[in-house]
Design a protein around this ligand. Sequence first.
Ligand SMILES: [Zn+2]
Length: 77
Amino acid sequence: MLKYLLLLFIIWLAWRVYRVSRQRLARRSEAAPSAPQDMVQCARCGTYLPRSNALTDNLDPGRCYCRDHAPASHNKP
Ligand SMILES: [Zn+2]
């Protein structure tokens, strides 16, 4: 009788470990998606790039450029 109780306990324990590991995996995959980035267009080639990667002109801060077309007086926004 004790043998069956021990077997049931082991099965229950394995099931609990399985459930907890599944919940942890689900929580990891539910991690907050990254916030949408503001996209800007290069004033020379028209390529869209994230504002964080764009370079601006010190003389004309309204214009953004990609790394390939950065003006000499560029400034990272
Ligand atoms: Zn460009």
